[in-house]
Design a protein around this ligand. Structure first.
Ligand SMILES: O=C(O)CCC(=O)C(=O)O
Ligand SMILES: [Fe+2]
Length: 365
């Protein structure tokens, strides 16, 4: 029976070049998930933060300061939190989900008109052929935030019928960008930095992008993964997911924990760049997506990245020079340099993208 399943053709992830069976997408044993997509433990989940008080008039009020602190605390412990009452119009969110599902529902031939190129990780792909083994059980679309880029992609796939897809994506990314900038101000404030400490490095959006994952139902979810364990290399991720569930986060005790989806919320997580920027005070935490037998799942990760010229250097307030407490952990780097590395890197496993800037600290014997 198990063998029969492994021989099954995977229609939804097969292309003309890659005709896949379940066995081609089975992961190495060490990676098999021990927790199901719908296993959640109340009291062992990431914090929930409501930003209802986030109103310009209340800025600098005590409520605002408490909220900033809560965000910093969640970002320093879990590296993740759920955001509710976020203020992004639900119509915009529902519309983008609808348009994305419509896109993924198209025949493979049509989606492949917008296929990612070999040289750049942008566009559509049915799973990720670069990975060789441990293929994600997912269809993936990566697009830059730039409206021009979105329209160019959508025109390839939909021709002159691209408008509804393009408009939905552009509007959604615009809203998320505004939300992201608010977070950066709040994180800066909670860390005791000038409000614009981070935002002033986000004027150019060159490499801010969205990655949409649609995970088809999987007949062998105990041996496959939608997305393997990784951390996000950018500064901050705003993740939208549907009601199905599948996101799991690795805790400091090396246990995976399932993140229960809640309606009308986002999941926010710190990326490697922000971890380096704050000398490790905010944590970029490893996570993954598991799949299930019955339901397809949609998630969309919006990755905010700084201007190319931004120098990722920890401010002295967050760094104590005394090596026994909190010495500098990373060599300052420009986002341009880091971005180049990301473009050639095939796969992020753990925090490998950031390791090249790590300062190796010798421990006293
Ligand atoms: O699907 C998910 O919940 C996770 C997606 C994710 O981590 C990513 O796209 O980087
Ligand atoms: Fe991620």
């Amino acid at each position: 029976m198990a063998l029969e399943i492994e021989e099954r053709h995977v229609e939804s992830l097969s292309t003309m070049d890659h005709n896949l069976c379940v066995k081609n997408i089975i992961w190495s044993k060490e990676e098999w998930p021990a927790i199901n997509y719908d296993e959640f433990v109340d009291g062992d989940d990431i914090p929930i933060i409501s930003v209802q008080v986030l109103d310009e008039k209340k800025k600098k009020s005590q409520d605002y300061e408490i909220l900033c602190q809560a965000m910093v605390n969640a970002s320093s412990s879990w590296g993740f939190f759920k955001l509710v009452d976020h203020g992004v119009d639900l119509k915009v969110i529902e519309n983008v989900k609808l348009r994305l599902n419509e896109l993924f529902d198209l025949p493979m031939e049509q989606k492949l008109k917008g296929a990612r190129s070999a040289s750049l990780p942008l566009g559509y792909s049915a799973t990720n052929p670069d990975y060789g083994k441990n293929l994600p059980w997912a269809e993936i679309l990566q697009l830059l935030q730039s409206p021009k880029h979105v329209v160019a992609f959508a025109t390839k796939v939909f021709g002159d019928q691209h408008q509804s897809f393009s408009d939905a994506m552009i509007e959604y990314m615009h809203e998320l960008d505004k939300l992201g900038m608010k977070f950066f101000e709040m994180l800066a404030s909670g860390l005791g930095l000038e409000d614009d400490f981070f935002t002033k490095s986000f004027e150019e959006k060159g490499y801010t992008m969205i990655r949409i994952n649609r995970y088809p139902p999987c007949p062998l979810p105990e041996k496959c993964l939608g997305l393997g364990s990784h951390s996000d290399p950018h500064a901050l991720t705003i993740l939208l997911q549907d009601h199905v569930g599948g996101l799991q986060v690795l805790k400091t005790d090396h246990q995976w924990v399932g993140i229960r989806p809640i309606p009308n919320s986002f999941v926010i997580n710190i990326g490697d760049t922000l971890e380096a920027w704050t000398n490790g005070r905010l944590k970029s935490v490893v996570h993954r997506a598991v799949v299930n037998k019955e339901k397809q799942r949609l998630s969309a990760a919006y990755f905010l990245s700084p201007s190319s010229s931004a120098i990722i250097d920890c401010p002295p307030q967050l760094m104590v020079m005394d090596p026994s407490t909190n010495p500098r952990k990373y060599i300052p780097f420009t986002w341009e340099d880091f971005k180049k590395e990301l473009l050639v890197q095939k796969r992020v496993v753990g925090k490998t993208a950031l390791n090249r800037y790590l300062i190796l600290i010798e421990k006293p014997i």
